[in-house]
Write a protein that binds this ligand. Sequence first.
Ligand code: CU
Length: 178
Amino acid sequence: MSRALARTAAAGAAVALVALGAAPASAHTTLKSADPASNSTVAPPSKIVLTYADPVMVPQVVLTDASGGRHEAGKAQAVDNTVTETVSGTLPNGVYTVGWRVVATDGHPVKGSFTFTVKGSTSPQAQTSAPAPGPSTAPAAAGEDSGGSSGWLWIGLGALVVALIGGGVAWSRRAGEG
Ligand SMILES: [Cu+2]
């Protein structure tokens, strides 16, 4: 078996496992599409639109930049299967994380997050100084890390983790109040 074929087979097995694991015993709703789409690069959006497989209620959407700054304007609105969150102002270029939470008609809360990138914005960067401090913010200039992509990946993952933790805390607080 060729190496490529083996890799394909392994990937296929992994996908099958994931599909099996993700197959819901009860049908919670799922996010079908988003605008801006996950991992897309877009001009500054005026709103975030999330479309679910089922009608949803009690929507919560948090839009954070890489520094943790918030960019949503007002509360998210749910109409049938669609949740809309207005974006505050014009987003500067950068990577943004959308964290969302909804309650489906079966009463089960569902949440998730994704990122998108804003490019071609005329809005000045809010912060051009150092990114959020961390133990390894400065990768060695001439290290074995030949490409910048893995650095960006880590920054993105870090931002995602921060957003998830922040969102989780905010949501659990709100849940506690309610
Ligand atoms: Cu459910």
